[in-house]
Write a new protein. Structure first.
Length: 217
C-alpha cells in the first residue's frame, strides 16, 4: 500500500511538471552518422571532447526543424548522453559560449561585437542602427526576423566594427551600412559577407602603403 501511494504521488507530481519542449529530441539518421564520425575523431575515452561539435550539430538540427537555432534543456541532455557526460558539464559549455543559444532566437541572429577595438571604431553606431531598426537585445523582434545579442571579440578586430549574422561576418560597419544590411536581410537577401566598405579582406582601409612599385606594374 505504501508503495502504491508513493507511486500515485510520484506520478501525480510527474504529471504536474511543466511541459518540456523538445523532450523527445533525437538526432536524425544523418546526424547520428555525423555524430559518430565526430566522436571517432577523438581517442577512446576522450569522447567528452566532442561536446562542442555535437552541441553545434544539435543546434543546426533545431534550426532546420523549428526555424530557431537554439538548445532547449532536453536537447543538451540528449547530447550529453551521446558523450557520456554529466548534464551539468554539457550545460556549462553551452552556457559559456555565445555561439550556443539557450533561448529561441529570430531567423537572423545578429551578434554585434562590443569589445574595445570595435567599440573604439564605432560599435555604438552599429547598436544605434539596430535599435532604430527595431531590434532589442535578447528579444525576438521584427516579426521573428531578428534577435540582437552583444558579444565579445569575434576575432575580426582589424575590420572593426563588425557583426556576425548567423554564420556570416559583416565587417567595417557603420550606421548606414548596418541599416542597409538589416533591410536586405529582412527582404530575404543574403548580402555579400565580409568588409562592407569595398576593401579586400583586411587590406589597408586607405589602400596599399608599401610594395607600391609592384602594385603599379
Ligand atoms: S574587438 Fe570586435 S572583433 Fe575583435
Amino acid at each position: 500500500m505504501t508503495t502504491g501511494t508513493y507511486n500515485n504521488t510520484h506520478e501525480a507530481a510527474r504529471d504536474a511538471r511543466p511541459p518540456r519542449p523538445h523532450e523527445d529530441f533525437a538526432f536524425t539518421a544523418a546526424n547520428v552518422e555525423e555524430a559518430a564520425r565526430i566522436i571517432a575523431c577523438y581517442p577512446a575515452g576522450r569522447e567528452h571532447s566532442a561536446i562542442m561539435p555535437l552541441l553545434w550539430l544539435a543546434q543546426y538540427q533545431m534550426a532546420d526543424a523549428t526555424g530557431q537555432a537554439w538548445l532547449p534543456i532536453p536537447v543538451i541532455e540528449y547530447v550529453a548522453r551521446q558523450v557520456t557526460m554529466p548534464f551539468i558539464r554539457a550545460y556549462e559549455v553551452a552556457s559559456f559560449y555565445t555561439m550556443f543559444n539557450l533561448e529561441p532566437v529570430g531567423q537572423h541572429h545578429v551578434m554585434v561585437c562590443g569589445t574595445t577595438p570595435c567599440w573604439l571604431n564605432g560599435s555604438d553606431e552599429v547598436f544605434r542602427a539596430c535599435r532604430d531598426h527595431g531590434l532589442r537585445k535578447g528579444e525576438i523582434t521584427n516579426g521573428g526576423a531578428f534577435t540582437l545579442t552583444e558579444v565579445e571579440c569575434l576575432g575580426a578586430c582589424v575590420n572593426a566594427p563588425m557583426a556576425q549574422v548567423n554564420d556570416d561576418y559583416y565587417e567595417d560597419l557603420d550606421y548606414a551600412r548596418t541599416r542597409a544590411l538589416l533591410a536586405a536581410l529582412e527582404r530575404g537577401e543574403r548580402p555579400t559577407v565580409g568588409p562592407q566598405d569595398g576593401r579586400q579582406f583586411s587590406a589597408p582601409a586607405g589602400g596599399a602603403t608599401t610594395l607600391l612599385e609592384g602594385a603599379q606594374v
